[in-house]
Design a binder for this molecule. Structure first.
Ligand SMILES: [Zn+2]
Ligand SMILES: [Zn+2]
Length: 97
C-alpha cells in the first residue's frame, strides 16, 4: 500500500512533472525560464490537488535560477503562490531611486 508521502515521487507525479516542464519552463516565482522542477500552486498540505496539472507549475528547484540565482522552490516553501509573488512585488516597488 502506497502512503500519501510516496505519491510525491510516484511514477504518475514524475510523468506529470515532465509534461508540464515540456510545455513551459518559466518559473512561477521569478519569471525566468530554465525551471528544473514543478511545485504545487496551492500547497498539498493546505488541501491543494496533488496530481492536478492545473495545480502544478514550473519552478526553480535546488539548483536555483541561473539568471537571478534565487532558490525559488525553497523561497516559496509551503506558502500559497499568491503570498510569495506579492512579497516579491512589494520588494520591487521600493527599489526605485
Ligand atoms: Zn525561479
Ligand atoms: Zn530567476
Amino acid at each position: 500500500m502506497a502512503t500519501d508521502r510516496s505519491e510525491l515521487t510516484s511514477y504518475e507525479y514524475r510523468q506529470l512533472r515532465a509534461r508540464i516542464l515540456s510545455e513551459s519552463d518559466v518559473c512561477i516565482v521569478c519569471g525566468h525560464d530554465a525551471s528544473d522542477t514543478t511545485d504545487h500552486i496551492h500547497p498539498v498540505s493546505k488541501g491543494g490537488a496533488r496530481l492536478d496539472p492545473d495545480n502544478l507549475a514550473p519552478i526553480h528547484g535546488v539548483a536555483g535560477c541561473p539568471v537571478c540565482l534565487r532558490k525559488c522552490n525553497s523561497e516559496k516553501g509551503d506558502r500559497p503562490l499568491a503570498e510569495v509573488v506579492q512579497l516579491v512585488t512589494s520588494v520591487d516597488w521600493f527599489a526605485g531611486p
